[in-house]
Design a protein around this ligand. Structure first.
Ligand SMILES: Nc1nc2c(ncn2[C@@H]2O[C@H](COP(=O)(O)OP(=O)(O)O)[C@@H](O)[C@H]2O)c(=O)[nH]1
Ligand SMILES: [Mg+2]
Length: 398
């Protein structure tokens, strides 16, 4: 299991993980001279008692990640948990396998069926495999590469029976996924806020993912601020504010229709002044035209970099796994505009086409940071290729 972010933090070791909520709005000197962003917070209530959070902050990061997988009731009872309890690896793995059950049924079981009772590798088997892999959203090019590689190995007599072919396919799919995952951990700057700009089309799960990531950082004892950069839709700002309340973290927001760059401009100043560890910036997924959207995102990114050196440290694209190949076309457009550094793939629980993971890794060569396997706060997993592959190919649950 990966630790999901790397390091720094010596300077904050002594602090209470959740910052006091009294941060004030800084005067805006933004280019657009719009009224200053309003910072909303929930001063009194925080979801976890400070003592409980302090305990959590001492737990090593991958234990926290495992704990995220606990059912909601268990997450609420964090203060009663011990590291030993959260180290329940088989059940953690089992839950992931269950969340991926649609893909497992449509792909893994069918793959098993395809090989069942076969004595030899023939052209018909390759045809059936091609159909199955494309149906699982591995994509035409990825499927072709996979099968060509297998054919060559059969030709060289390295694979002689269907079972060894099946294992070889599994290994190759795994390598498509693993080869580009070496830098899958988020690396935070030595000092100053770590800014994550979240992009993606409407409805893919950006705002939800921000809420879930904020929760992870809060649980790891980091101070977090959210920025409502999707000012295009009325509901978007309030949705982010709800996540802010849930996590007990600040939300920098302004009335709908404001220029998002000026919200971000103010937010960077607040982040510096209050020394937040992590700033998560939500953005619009649709404007009047796609060109408008891309221009706006570029501007937001520029403004961030001007106000805070090195920001954004992460440009994270959120892709809805149920959109299949379309998700990859989107990824290319966003990459051209703002240069992606990480991907979160959502709604893997709702699709039978989990093969998209291999396709994205191979096509994009950008690490997948997290996968979304449900709507709840704990349904965001660090993406661990080995674990994912095992959960996908596990025929019987442990
Ligand atoms: N099943 C499932 N639903 C998700 C997941 N992530 C987000 N959603 C849902 O997708 C819908 C759109 O999410 P939202 O965050 O508003 O998308 P945005 O427009 O990109 O900000 C909401 O109903 C979310 O609850 C996931 O991993 N699994
Ligand atoms: Mg949104």
């Amino acid at each position: 299991m990966l630790g999901w972010f790397k390091k720094k933090f010596s300077k904050k070791e002594q602090e209470t993980p959740l910052k006091p909520q009294e941060a004030e709005v800084l005067p805006s000197d933004s280019e657009e001279k719009l009224p200053p962003a309003e910072e909303t917070s929930r001063p009194e209530e925080t979801p976890a008692a400070p003592e409980a959070v302090a305990v959590e902050a001492t737990v090593v990061e991958d234990e926290i990640a495992e704990e995220e997988a606990a059912p909601e009731s268990a997450v609420e009872e964090t203060s009663a948990k011990t590291p030993k309890q959260v180290k329940d690896r088989p059940s953690f793995f089992r839950r992931l396998a269950e969340k991926l059950s649609k893909t497992r049924e449509a792909f893994t079981y069918q793959l098993d069926n395809l090989f069942l009772g076969r004595r030899e590798i023939d052209a018909e088997l390759f045809d059936d495999l091609e159909e199955l892999l494309i149906t699982a959203d591995l994509g035409v090019a990825t499927t072709r590469e996979l099968l060509d590689h297998a054919r060559r190995r059969v030709h060289r007599k390295e694979l002689s029976d269907p079972e060894s072919l099946k294992q070889a396919l599994k290994e190759k799919i795994k390598s498509f996924i693993s080869d580009y995952q070496r830098d899958a951990e988020l690396v935070m700057p030595e000092s100053g806020p770590f800014v994550i700009m979240v992009v993606g089309v409407n409805g893919v799960g950006k705002t939800t993912t921000i809420g879930k990531i904020a929760h992870k950082f809060v649980r790891a004892g980091r101070s977090v601020m959210l920025v409502a950069g999707d000012t295009f839709r009325a509901a978007a700002v309030s949705q982010l504010q709800i996540w802010g309340e849930r996590n007990g973290v600040h939300v920098v927001a302004r009335a709908d229709g404001a220029d998002p760059s000026s919200v971000v401009y103010d937010a960077m100043d607040i982040a510096k002044a209050k020394d937040y560890d992590v700033v998560l910036v939500d953005t619009a997924g649709r404007l009047h035209t796609q060109a408008n959207l891309m221009e706006e995102l570029k501007k937001i990114k520029r403004v961030m970099g001007k106000r805070l050196e090195g920001a954004p440290h992460e440009v994270m694209l959120v892709i809805d796994a149920t959109t299949g190949q379309n998700g990859i076309s989107q990824a290319k457009l966003f990459h051209e505009a703002v240069g992606l550094t990480g991907i979160t793939l959502t709604k893997l629980d709702g699709t039978a086409k989990g093969g998209i993971v291999a396709n994205i890794c191979r096509e994009m060569k950008t690490p997948i940071r997290f996968i979304g396997v449900g709507e709840k706060v704990e349904d965001l997993r660090d993406f661990d290729p080995d674990e994912f592959i095992e959960a996908l190919f596990e025929s019987r649950l442990p």
